[in-house]
Design a protein around this ligand. Structure first.
Ligand code: ATP
Ligand code: MG
Length: 401
């Protein structure tokens, strides 16, 4: 997949050039490649206008996702995915602190200037294997510095989300934030509240699902952003704050819902889950999972002494593996509770989660009236099954009657 995508990114550049346009890889993919990381996706910047990009690749292979900003999605072969092709542009004013009021198609030099940080402002020519650096990004990559392109105060005023992006990139690559950029963030931290909850939430998600999430949290604190984006953790200091950092560090490949559960368990305020999910407009799926994890944490923490049928009900839930990870974050991976849960989760499916003895349809077929208590009845039959009190369909039907 990765190499098919890379090949397609080369092809897109080649085709645009054949048609007489300038085309270069741009932004994150150049940065990642120089760092020796496989880029998540490739972006191409070009002198072709969106309409010209459509002519080169055909209408069926292009989607005008952000044509007013000059962005066109070009669809590749199945294994290669898609690539965003953006026309070199200069952004006009930002009266809403997010969308440029107008964009003007321009040159690579100008296009680099509108990007946020020097490490994100690089271009790469895949045919000549050459980096085009108009902003000193290569030196900052080598030195490990996140530095705003141009005047930090002005760049933050244009788009306040850049403050969170600075933290995210610094944490992700274990980079320092340049002094002037850092001061500007500290000075304007309170203005992050002008950014929509969704955009903040998306940024927080990206920051917190990354393995370096503890570093991100500590940068949120040192920049002053924490008070505005995550006031819930500001009360944690000293030992509990250290502990949270240790616990976050123990997570591997964690979902956003799990990371939130680890943080909220530390804060110990049940209402915090709701206010965070409202604020960041979390998907119900995430919010529900975080809730479920926090509600079942006590059973998880005491899994070594919890009676099996009770624990089994929890371990057959689709959130069980995350619950065990949450317990492991708190107690360490070799705690008795974690060890017991892992053993049980490794049982054959038929033993851990035996198929129900009867379904609702079975009960109706057996002459029971469907009604509101049906669900509860099925639950009780299931409990009896898991507790070993009944083992056959007939026993289940007898119990139902
Ligand atoms: P990631 O790997 O997290 O996607 P990325 O660098 O590709 O990192 P994107 O958010 O995908 O980040 O944006 C692609 C590029 O667009 C960035 O590298 C940067 O040059 C530019 N960019 C994105 N967001 C902004 C912004 N808010 N202000 C200025 N430039 C931005
Ligand atoms: Mg990207």
């Amino acid at each position: 997949m990765a190499s098919a995508q890379r090949q397609f990114a080369c092809d897109v550049v080649a085709q645009l050039r054949q048609a007489g346009y300038t085309a270069l890889w741009a932004g994150g993919c150049v940065r990642d490649q120089l760092l020796g990381v496989t880029p998540k996706d490739y972006d191409v910047a070009t002198s072709a206008t969106p309409e010209q990009v459509r002519e080169v690749f055909g209408r069926r292979r292009t989607i005008p996702v952000g044509a007013s900003f000059g962005v066109m999605t070009v669809l590749g072969p199945k294994a290669a995915g898609q690539i965003e092709v953006a026309t070199f542009r200069t952004d006009g004013g930002y009266s809403d602190g997010r969308h440029p009021d107008q964009v003007q198609f321009s040159t690579p030099e100008h296009d680099a200037q509108r990007r946020d940080f020097t490490i994100n402002g690089l271009f790469y020519d895949p045919q000549a294997d050459e980096v085009h650096d108009y902003v000193g990004g290569e030196a900052d990559l080598l030195a490990g510095i996140v530095r705003a392109i141009g005047a930090p105060e002005a760049r933050i005023a244009e788009d306040k989300l850049r403050m969170l992006r600075a933290v995210r990139f610094a944490a992700r690559f274990d980079f320092a934030i340049d002094q002037a950029t850092l001061h500007a963030v500290q000075h304007h931290a309170g203005e992050i509240t002008q950014v929509s909850g969704e955009r903040i939430g998306a940024e927080m998600r990206a920051m917190l699902v990354h393995p370096n999430r503890a570093a991100a949290l500590s940068l949120l604190r040192s920049t002053g952003l924490e008070s505005y984006v995550l006031p819930e953790t500001t009360s944690l200091a000293g030992e509990p704050w250290q502990q949270l950092s240790v616990r976050l560090g123990r997570l591997e490949g964690a979902s956003f819902a799990l990371v939130l559960a680890v943080m909220l368990a530390e804060i110990g305020d049940v209402r915090a889950a709701e206010s965070i999910s409202d604020r960041w407009k979390l998907a119900n799926r995430d919010a529900d999972r975080t809730d479920w994890l926090l509600n079942h944490l006590p059973i998880g923490l005491a899994a070594d002494t919890t009676p099996w049928p009770q624990l089994q009900r929890v371990l057959i839930h689709e959130g069980a593996a995350e619950l065990v990870a949450l317990v492991a974050a708190q107690q360490g991976a070799d705690s008795q509770s974690v060890v017991r849960c892992r053993e049980k989760l490794a049982l054959p499916a038929a033993e851990l989660n035996p198929p129900p003895l009867v379904t609702g349809a079975d009960l109706i077929a057996a002459g029971l009236q469907p009604g509101p208590q049906f669900g509860e009845l099925l639950e009780r039959i299931r409990d009896a099954q898991l507790e070993g009190k009944i083992a056959t369909r007939d026993e289940a039907l007898a119990l139902a009657r």
